[in-house]
Design a protein around this ligand. Structure first.
Ligand SMILES: Cc1cc2nc3c(=O)[nH]c(=O)nc-3n(C[C@H](O)[C@H](O)[C@H](O)COP(=O)(O)OP(=O)(O)OC[C@H]3O[C@@H](n4cnc5c(N)ncnc54)[C@H](O)[C@@H]3O)c2cc1C
Length: 356
């Protein structure tokens, strides 16, 4: 009997995690990723609650512990760098925090032998009929799949193609920001420094100890910057931090020299349904809770695990599985999204009044 075959768009967190569980559940899995290779940028991601069980289910919790950032807490400083208060590690780091690139590499490694990865490509069209979905790509020839999953992030291509949506499903929380690394010229050793406000600086160093991880975030009312060039994003950051003292001028210079620059807006995705026909969304593509929630990676893992388990429980009948997946996960997502809005408001962004 031929195995059902599935296509997943996105090879960051949700995509490879779903690939792992579906391969184990007897599916032939292909992952398409727009980037030419695994993406190495990003700073730290953390895991809380059920996400740790998902790591156990993949057998990678202990390996991730070896990469733990081991932050010892964060010192809040004022605009001149003077200490205001010290916060414990749990305030930001979750129960387990690792560099983003280590998580991506491990998820890729545990799937690479069993899953087909198509890098440097993107879906251009999805046409569904009773037998399956015909998928057209930018580079590869068109192929048929039984099911298609969008794990391609907050600006999901699959969501736009299958649901006909665009950025109207995004709720911007009033903040955008960049992350990158630079030499650890401050000699930080496991404690973070946070200067909060409408233009906020967060600095920490873990491993390697000679690198300083920098996050610069600022209040803005548009998520459109995500789609702009790096030069335009840098320009927006320079404008937001103009006139700021302390480390800001030096960090802005370091930003331009960084080869691991990553930019993201604090957006949430709100959809009435996470599936349409044979297509389903997971992770940030379906229900991003915004970086301020600290739950994006946990949601991606828990979403992948839940979706795979529901497909297995429904014997592959996707309509039943997708509905159950959504019912099971909605309360968890609603809670995380509420936390994301709350945190954005307290960091200096603004929660939109219409948010549920
Ligand atoms: C490079 C990068 C660095 C990050 N760094 C951090 C961080 O430091 N801290 C933090 O808290 N969160 C970070 N995040 C976000 C975090 O990974 C997510 O919020 C969370 O883990 C949910 O993951 P996801 O897999 O659903 O989405 P994402 O992690 O956003 O991944 C989406 C993937 O889809 C790919 N993609 C996009 N469009 C297409 C397309 N048309 N076709 C195929 N593939 C496509 C993207 O290249 C990406 O690999 C980062 C994300 C990325 C992509």
């Amino acid at each position: 009997m031929t195995k059902p075959n599935v296509l997943i768009s996105g090879a960051s967190v949700a995509g490879p995690a779903l690939a792992y569980f579906l391969h184990r559940g007897g599916y032939d899995v292909t992952v398409v990723e727009r980037a030419p290779a695994l993406r190495d940028s990003g700073y730290a991601v953390d895991f809380r609650g059920t996400a740790l069980d998902a790591l156990d289910a993949m057998g990678i919790r202990d390996e991730l512990r070896d990469h733990e950032t081991r932050m010892r807490g964060t010192t809040i400083v004022d605009e001149t760098g003077n200490e205001i208060v010290q916060l414990p590690a749990e305030a930001f780091g979750g129960e387990l925090e690792v560099p983003k690139r280590d998580l991506t590499r491990i998820l890729h490694r545990i799937t690479a032998d069993d899953v087909e990865y198509l890098f440097d490509d993107s879906i251009t069209a999805l046409t569904e009929d009773a037998a399956g979905v015909t998928v057209e790509f930018e580079r590869h020839a068109a192929r048929e799949f039984d099911l298609v999953f969008g794990a391609d992030g907050v600006h999901s291509n699959v969501r736009n193609l299958a649901f006909g949506t665009n950025d109207d499903v995004l709720r911007h929380l009033g903040m955008s920001g960049a992350g990158f690394s630079t030499p650890n010229y401050l000699g930080l050793d496991g404690r973070g420094l946070l200067q909060p406000g409408k233009a906020a600086v967060y600095l920490f160093s873990t491993s390697p100890a000679d690198r300083l991880t920098v996050s610069l975030s600022f209040a803005t009312d548009s998520p459109a910057l995500d789609r702009r060039t790096r030069a335009e994003q840098e320009q927006a950051l320079r404008a937001a931090f103009a006139g700021h003292g302390w480390e800001a001028p030096r960090l802005l210079t370091a930003m331009s020299e960084a080869d691991d620059f990553y930019f993201a807006s604090s957006c949430q995705v709100h959809l009435d349904h996470w599936h349409r026909g044979r297509v389903a969304l997971l992770g940030d593509a379906g229900y991003c809770a915004a970086p301020t929630s600290g739950m994006g990676t946990s949601q991606a893992l828990v979403g992948a695990w839940t979706l795979a388990r529901e497909l297995s429980a429904a014997g592959g009948r996707h309509e039943i599985a997708y509905t159950a997946y959504e019912q099971r996960l909605r309360p968890y997502v609603a809670e995380n999204q509420a936390a994301g809005r709350h945190a954005a408001a307290s960091f200096g962004g603004e929660a939109p009044p219409s948010a549920p």
